[in-house]
Design a protein around this ligand. Structure first.
Ligand code: NDP
Length: 376
């Protein structure tokens, strides 16, 4: 699920207890792969916002509370143990990106007295959705993005939601609009999402944005957050994409499909595996890069992986774990224990792609504010 979509919390409710890993608790020694700190958001599409995020550590000296966040320790990768595979640390990378965003926002505020604004519309009383909205708000505050929130009761009408979207569309202090999904069943999700103006569609789900992503020579205004986070991880770890064979498992509108389009734009040769694919193991085994976004715990086994492949595991699946005080633990779509013996690098779950999604949402909001205010 994407930035606006309730994901793991919702999954708790329909928890799958089908962990196919041979041993769910075995410890695997891992080396944390050193990543490049490029001082800017590596992954940008199109010249309009190429290299828009730069690190300005030297300028982070004010007492601004947002900048205080940036001044926390520099992110450095560490070697945790000698071993045969590398961990792609999304938590660290996302922290680094948030620091960069924070510095840019402080600079923007100094230059034009404006900070980016993100509006979130929440309909209903789902606890998981409320938690996600709260987390987004906290992340915004930490980097200096102003957040706006509208919470509507479950029995609100579609017209009421549309009215709020329209008012955020017209509000110059709002640069990004999110409608928290899922919406109550009496609402037409498509109508509502299409009402968000494309210039503020920081989730990147608008058909125009996706259409542009799919077309050569066209640039989307926004790239969906989770796939964008996957590619950013590859870039930050200097993992080459051009000319590589990539397999994306899953073809959802919010993760699998845009991830495949992004890899293709980066000159990978891409195959997509989905629920009707015959012999997914054979196809996946050919990949230099695997992005798994399925929602099936530990589906991708060691035997599916070419030695040395790089794995980005998007899946977040709760599986029963009586040893855990919560009664469950989160696992990915890839059997981490087996993969770690074959792959050259892999994202853990949790702590891999998850933290990148929110970082990319903040990044998209900043990109939007800069574009609206004509800043480079
Ligand atoms: P969807 O359910 O929308 O899509 C799942 C995709 O996987 C579909 O394309 C489906 O194929 C395919 N699939 C399902 N079963 C199989 C199978 N046995 N073999 C091959 N393909 C299969 O899920 P999402 O894309 O929204 O999410 C995928 C996972 O990523 C979930 O675990 C979710 O929680 C997680 N997620 C994590 C995020 C993060 O920030 N880390 C953000 C968003 C999602 P078909 O199209 O044929 O039905």
């Amino acid at each position: 699920m994407a930035a606006t979509t309730t994901s793991s919390m919702a999954l708790m409710k329909m928890m799958r207890f089908t962990d196919s890993s041979p041993s769910s608790t075995a410890a695997v020694s891992a080396r944390v792969l050193p990543f490049r700190n490029p001082g800017r958001l590596h992954f940008q599409l199109g010249s309009t916002f190429r290299r828009t995020i730069t690190t300005h550590r030297d300028s982070i000296s004010s007492s601004n509370s947002a900048t205080a966040f940036c001044c926390s320790s520099a992110v450095t990768a560490s070697v945790t143990a000698e071993s045969s595979f590398n961990v792609i640390d999304g938590k660290k990378v996302s922290k680094e990106i948030k620091e960069e965003i924070c510095a840019e926002i402080a600079e923007m505020k100094d230059a034009i007295g404006v900070v980016p604004g993100l509006a979130v519309i929440l309909v209903g009383e789902r606890k998981d959705s409320a938690t996600y909205v709260r987390n987004k708000k906290k992340a915004c505050e930490a980097v200096g993005i102003k957040s706006y929130e509208v919470c509507l009761p479950e029995n609100s009408t579609e017209e009421e939601v549309l009215k709020h979207i329209s008012s955020f569309n017209d509000d110059p202090s709002v640069h990004g609009i999110l409608v928290q999904l899922p919406l109550p069943s009496h609402m037409n999700e498509q109508n509502i999402l299409n009402a968000v103006c494309i210039e503020k569609d920081v989730d990147g789900f608008h058909p125009l944005n996706i259409g542009r992503l799919a077309m050569r020579g066209r640039e989307p205004l926004f790239v969906p957050c989770t796939p964008k986070g996957c590619i950013e991880l590859l870039h930050r770890y200097d993992i080459g994409i051009k000319g590589k064979r990539a397999v994306v498992i899953g073809r959802s509108n919010i993760v699998g499909m845009p991830a495949a389009l992004l890899l293709q734009r980066e000159d990978a040769t891409v195959s997509i595996v989905h629920s009707r694919t015959k012999d997914p193991e054979e196809i996946t085994k050919q990949a230099d890069i695997i992005i798994a976004a399925v929602g099936q715990p530990n589906m991708v086994r060691g035997s599916w992986i070419k030695p040395g492949a790089v794995i980005i595991d998007v899946g977040i699946n709760p599986v029963e774990d009586t040893t855990n005080p919560r009664g469950y633990r989160l696992v990915g779509d890839v059997c981490y224990e087996e993969a770690s013996k074959v792959a050259s690098a892999i994202t853990p779950v949790p702590g891999g792609v998850g933290p990148m999604t929110i970082a990319m949402l903040l990044s998209n909001t900043l990109i939007s504010a800069k574009r609206i205010h004509n800043l480079k």
